[in-house]
Design a protein around this ligand. Structure first.
Ligand code: KPL
Length: 297
C-alpha cells in the first residue's frame, strides 16, 4: 500500500518504521514542509531503526491508499482539512490521537473516516524515539463509507500488532478517554509517574465517577465501579510511564486538555450534568499553559 503518515512525532515514527519494514511505500507529512523526514526509533527489542523517508510529496499524497493521522488532537482537523482536496476521495483517513472532539470538526470530510485508539507507548529520548511498550490499537469506522474497511485492520496488524477491528469503536474511544481524563491531569497536578497516582485514590474516584455519569448519558453503559477498576488497572500496567500530558507540560507544549477533560465537560454541560473535579483540573492545566505562554512573550 501507499501510506502517508501525517505527523512524525513519537507515534508517527513508530508507524512509519513498522509499515516500511512490512514493505509498504510510506511517506511522512510534516506541518512545516520538508522533502525528507527522519525515523530514529529504538524498537521493542532494543534495536535501532534509522531511516530517511520522503516527506510532503503531493504526488505521493494524491495516490495514497491510507492517510494515518498521528498528530496531537488539537492539530488534527486543520491539518486534515488542508490535505483533503489532494487526497483521493476514496482514501481512508484514520485518526489516532488521545481525546475526543475532532470528529465533530471533520463532519464535512469527503474521505472515509476511521478512528483508532492505541495503548502503544513511546517516548522521546533526545532525538530518538523509544518504543517503550507494546499495545493494542482498536480501529473502527466513523463514516458509513468506512464500514466495509475491516481489512485495513489486518494490514496494520501485520505491521504493528495488535490491531483489532470494532464495528462500534466509540466504546473503546470512551474508555480510553476516561483513562486519560483521570491519569493525565492528575500526573501533572502531582508532577508524578502514572504509578504514583495510587496514593491519590479520592481524586481518582471523583474523576472516574463524573466521567462514568457522562458516559451513561452518552449511551456508554459501564458501572462506576467497573470504570474505577479499569483506570486502576491502567495505572498499574503503565506505572513507570510519564503521561503524555506531563511530557507536554514539561516541554512547555500545548496539551490535549481541550479534547480530554474539556470534551467531557462540554458533553456534561449538554447533558445537564456538572463535573466539578474535571473542571478544577481543566482550569489548572489551562493556567499552566497560559503561564508558559506568558513567559514566551
Ligand atoms: O494514554 C496515556 C497517556 O499518557 O496519554 C496513558 C494511558 C495515560 C498512558 O501514559
Amino acid at each position: 500500500m501507499k501510506i502517508t503518515v501525517l505527523g512524525c512525532g513519537a507515534l508517527g515514527q513508530i508507524w512509519l518504521a513498522a509499515l516500511e519494514q512490512q514493505g509498504h511505500e510510506v511517506q511522512g507529512w510534516l506541518r512545516v514542509p520538508q522533502p525528507y523526514c527522519s525515523v530514529n526509533v529504538i524498537d521493542l527489542h532494543g534495536s535501532p531503526i534509522n531511516k530517511t523517508l520522503i516527506a510532503n510529496d503531493p504526488t505521493f499524497l494524491a495516490k495514497s491508499d491510507l492517510l494515518l493521522v498521528t498528530l496531537k488532537a488539537w492539530q488534527v482537523s486543520e491539518a486534515v482539512k488542508n490535505l483533503q482536496f489532494i487526497l483521493p476521495e476514496n482514501c481512508p483517513v484514520l485518526l489516532l490521537h488521545n481525546g475526543m472532539g475532532t470528529l465533530d470538526e471533520l463532519k464535512t470530510l469527503r474521505q472515509p473516516l476511521l478512528r483508532g485508539v492505541t495503548t502503544h507507548a513511546a517516548r522521546h529520548d533526545g532525538t530518538v524515539i523509544v518504543h517503550v511498550a507494546s499495545g493494542i490499537t482498536h480501529v473502527g469506522p466513523i463514516s458509513p463509507a468506512a464500514e466495509a474497511m475491516s481489512e485495513l485492520a489486518e494490514t496494520l496488524h501485520a505491521a504493528l500488532p495488535d490491531v483489532a477491528w470494532h464495528n462500534n469503536v466509540a466504546s473503546a474511544a470512551w474508555q480510553k478517554l476516561a483513562v486519560n481524563c483521570v491519569i493525565n491531569p492528575l500526573t501533572v497536578f502531582y508532577d508524578c509517574t502514572n504509578g504514583e497516582l495510587v496514593e491519590h485514590r479520592e481524586e481518582i474516584d471523583a474523576l472516574s465517577n463524573e466521567v462514568a455519569a457522562v458516559m451513561e448519558r452518552e449511551g456508554q453503559h459501564i458501572s462506576r465501579e467497573w470504570l474505577i477498576d479499569y483506570v486502576m488497572d491502567v495505572i498499574r500496567s503503565t506505572a513507570g510511564n510519564t503521561s503524555s500530558m506531563l511530557q507536554d507540560i514539561r516541554a512547555q507544549r500545548r496539551t490535549e486538555i481541550d479534547y480530554i477533560n474539556g470534551y467531557v465537560i462540554r458533553r456534561a454541560r449538554a447533558q445537564g450534568l456538572v463535573t466539578p473535579e474535571n473542571s478544577r483540573l481543566f482550569e489548572f492545566i489551562k493556567r499552566k499553559e497560559q503561564d508558559y505562554d506568558r513567559e514566551r512573550i
